[in-house]
Design a protein around this ligand. Structure first.
Ligand code: ADP
Ligand code: ZN
Length: 598
């Protein structure tokens, strides 16, 4: 529509310019020599002028040499009779008036132009997401009407407790009057918290869809703007819109962007703004009347950093945890999403669910989507177990980059590096079993060793964490042992090692020397001021972190030195097959112990 207006105005302007140019060309002024009236009169009377042209009160003539003359006549003259009596040929012409439409266009042109510029301006403004003209302080919330939202609670799978908790809200939105008549107080705010991709947005949509009410959604980060006061006015606008459409759901995603603990730093600037926005949010929620029938649903994955004021009664006093799905949950989520595509008969969802511990709902949905894409690409009739396995690899490790050109040496180093990870993991107690090892580049990595726990892991013990450190270092150690050289390939491993080791000392109290204390420094991301640490403690912490990493390093080294021949076998297998599975490694290990061990 806007394109239409734009085109129209452009054509209009082009047409006008063309009209002008045409007219200007046509009216090229001819050059006349001006002659006084009495001179003209004398010439006419003395017979110098054989022919003249009379246009209105201007008379023009030409001399034989081609020069042109004109003279303006005074009103009320006897000229015509004189000319006729002097035998002058008299041509009378009408004044060349511009046509009426041109005249009116010319008169109206400035207004028309102004109007179009104004129109363009307005249309541009309203084209911004969710905004109308001059919508600076407008909420920018997206509105989903109940007719368009087909999401129901059946689309949400595997998080039964969370679903149960929100059913009451659905019932209220469907029948607010019975609840208010009974004197029940319905929560005005519901906070959904849990890791990204667990289905919080989906659940909020499902509440609206199930109750058949409109759903406004906005992200907390939309409130936080450069200019003080904009966020607050957006909040006001959001609630005003919501009340107009009540009963309805206002969904605020990433509420931590506004609702962060007020005392925490959070960097300079934008702080006043955030505080004002948060205050406005609190004011609006406190101003809810029992019969407003607006329910605010907010989502966050950092509920620990929210301002306590947000969680007080009358605000987000109902908190629903949306956890990562367990085996049964994953199976259901997979099935819900698989409904949209063809599935082969050999697909056993339970097996897939078992093989995807730690996957979020979004990752599972993504996996089914990748599988459907693969199915189409391979022109397979349905998704089968093999396609699903490939889709899982893609979701877990990123897309393959087969086009990346790798030298033979790089390939060999990568094979040893990955074999190092795999072998250390294989030999250590408590480490996650190796699921797959590959030297096909994926994402930014030249190779990947993927481990998957046999079952859910809800907490991590110290044995597991130290095994993880050893496994991560196994890659670098293998390079060192075999090539006596180290590469940048271990950069990411080392980063993760440092991170885990520091957390073991500072957060989880896993170092004897440091003791069971938290030493959280100021976290630059959310500005949580930690307890103040003395310089001695800082030195001690660094030493402890280093000790942990150092001992993991020597442990990995001794494992790989002890099983050096197995390291060679695995990396050879990798060079030949590019990808090996847990079963392949098991076979290799068994062959080895059969031939070498007593
Ligand atoms: P969050 O808001 O928690 O980050 P979303 O609700 O945006 O997660 O989830 C993204 C997508 O993942 C959803 O649109 C849906 O397709 C899928 N998904 C996530 N959790 C579930 C679930 N429990 N059941 C079905 N689908 C899910
Ligand atoms: Zn590595």
């Amino acid at each position: 529509m806007r394109q239409f207006y734009k085109n129209l105005s452009i054509w209009l302007i082009i047409a006008l310019v063309a009209l002008f140019a045409f007219n200007a060309l046509k009216q090229q002024p001819e050059v006349f020599h001006q002659v006084p009236y009495n001179v003209f009169l004398k010439k006419a009377e003395t017979g110098f002028l054989p022919e003249v042209t009379l246009t209105d009160n201007v008379v023009t003539w030409a001399t034989p040499d081609g020069s042109k003359y004109r003279s303006v006549l005074p009103p009320d003259h006897q000229l015509i009779r004189k000319l006729i009596s002097s035998n002058v040929t008299l041509n009378v012409e009408k004044v060349d008036q511009p046509p009426w439409y041109l005249v009116s266009i010319l008169n109206w042109l400035p207004f028309v132009l102004l109007f179009f510029i104004w129109l363009l301006f307005i249309r541009k403004k309203s084209d911004q997401p969710g905004g109308k003209a001059m919508a600076f302080g407008k909420s920018r919330a997206k509105l989903v009407d109940p007719e368009h939202s087909k999401v129901t609670l059946d689309d949400v799978a595997g998080i039964e407790e969370a679903k149960e908790e929100v059913r009451e809200i659905v019932a209220f939105l469907r029948n607010p009057d019975t609840f208010t008549q009974a004197g029940a107080r319905i929560p005005s705010g519901v906070l959904l918290y849990g890791e990204p991709g667990t289905g919080k947005t989906l659940l909020a949509k499902a509440i609206a869809g199930e109750a058949g009410v409109p759903f406004f959604s906005i992200s907390g980060s939309n409130f936080v703007e450069m200019y003080v006061g904009i966020g607050a006015s957006r909040v006001r606008d959001l609630f005003r819109e919501g009340k107009k459409k009540a009963p309805c759901i206002l969904f605020i995603d990433e509420i931590d962007a506004v609702g962060r603990h007020r005392s925490s730093g959070g960097g300079a600037g934008g702080n006043d703004e955030r505080e004002q926005t948060l205050n406005q949010l609190l004011v609006e929620m406190d101003g809810f009347e029992a019969n407003d029938h607006v329910i605010v649903v907010a989502a966050t994955n950092r509920q620990d950093i929210l301002d306590p004021a947000l969680l007080r009664p009358g605000r987000f006093d109902r908190q629903v945890m949306v956890p990562l799905p367990d085996v049964g949950g994953r199976e259901k989520i997979l099935q819900v999403h698989a409904q949209r595509t063809m599935v082969a008969e050999d697909v056993h969802w339970q097996t897939i669910a078992k093989g995807t511990p730690g996957f979020s709902g979004a990752q599972l949905a993504n996996m089914i989507n990748e599988a459907a894409l693969l199915m189409t690409r391979r022109q397979a009739p349905a998704i089968d177990m093999e396609i699903l396995e490939a889709a899982k690899d893609k979701v877990l490790m990123g897309a393959e980059r087969r086009s990346l050109i790798i030298t033979d040496r790089e390939k060999k180093v990568t094979a040893y590096h990955e074999a190092g990870h795999a072998l250390v993991a294989w030999m250590l107690p408590g480490a996650d079993p190796v699921h797959k090892v590959t030297i096909i580049p994926r994402g930014r990595a030249l190779g990947v060793t993927m481990q998957l726990p046999d079952e859910e892991r809800n907490s991590q013990d110290r044995t597991y964490l130290t095994s993880t450190l050893c496994t991560l270092l196994g890659g670098r150690v293998a390079e060192e042992i075999v090539f006596n050289e180290i590469t940048t390939g271990a950069g990411n491993d080392i980063e993760r090692v440092s991170d885990i080791a520091r957390k073991m000392v500072c957060e989880w109290g896993m170092s004897e020397v440091a003791g069971p204390l938290t030493f959280r420094g100021a976290d630059p991301l959310n500005g949580q001021p930690g307890p103040i640490i003395s310089e001695d403690t800082a030195v001690m912490i660094d030493r402890e972190v280093k000790n942990l990493v150092q001992s993991a390093y020597s442990r990995a080294r001794s494992i790989l030195l002890e099983h050096r021949d197995l390291l060679d076998t695995i990396s050879t297998a990798l060079l030949e097959q590019e990808t090996i599975s847990r079963q392949d490694i098991l076979t290799l290990v068994e062959q080895h112990s059969g031939t070498h061990h007593d």
